[in-house]
Design a protein around this ligand. Sequence first.
Ligand SMILES: [Fe+2]
Ligand SMILES: [Fe+2]
Length: 321
Amino acid sequence: MTIAPVQRPASTAWTDTKLILALEEVVETELNRHLKAAKEWMPHEYVPWSQGRDFDGVLGGEPWAIEQSKITPLGRTSLVVNLLTEDNLPSYHHEIATMFGREGAWGAWVHRWTAEEGRHGIAIRDYLLATRAVDPVELERARMSHMSAGFESDNAHSMLQSIAYVAFQELATRISHRNTGHFAGDPLCDQLLAKIANDENLHMVFYRNLLKAALELAPDQAMRAIADVVTDFRMPGHGIPGFERAAVQIAVGGVYNLRIHHDDVLQPVLRHLKVLDIDGLGPEGARAQEELGLFLEGLHAQAVRFDERQAALLARRAARK
Ligand SMILES: [Fe+2]
Ligand SMILES: [Fe+2]
């Protein structure tokens, strides 16, 4: 007797084109929810224009000097990394418009998202220049260098990986802005970054809900995409000049590090979607789920070691004072 193989819908049946069509309705629902939840806000209201004055050069004003900056060194580093990350928006727009298209509900989302992200760069730059928080020449040179290099998504080959990546990345950006605000040493800056973090949170919710729908539609492929993204995650600002050094300061200072990445970025999304509890997966999905579980255990152990090193370093610094 021959045993017929179990007929599972082949996971390879879901091409990117089919997924985009199948998810269009979800995108429309999520876009409408987003538009209801997003409250209009004005970046100019968060900039203390009265503190601004002319710089040297064309207007013959006062050159920038570090003593003029009222924010903390950690705030300076972190705000510049966050701003340069926001500045690369033309590249991000290109990547998501190429992946999701510019028509229908997907197109409406791509354009709306781009407009909201544009506000973040405008607001942070205006704030930094009006308050003389950072060196404007260094900032402009870093922007030119960073944008000239462009940004290419690590996930451009896969629609599901792209969705999984942005779900985590929007939350990472939210946390990074929020913590930068806490440590910058200026309540107005904190308020501005809280406002931006709120936008990023709504972006995360949009992509997370889309990822949920993708998990229902194509569970094995979506699980593989999530595992691949989580195990190989890097922030979009990784190409910024001096990023490695800045990243160490940002990690030790508690703006963004392994512990935060594990506890405040990966876990909330994974738990919300109950990714590790999904059952009934095919062999490929089950393998991806297992890989993900093992990776998270390893990451947790690394985060514990990071906590210890951070505590020791901060204790040494405190003793030197
Ligand atoms: Fe943003
Ligand atoms: Fe965002």
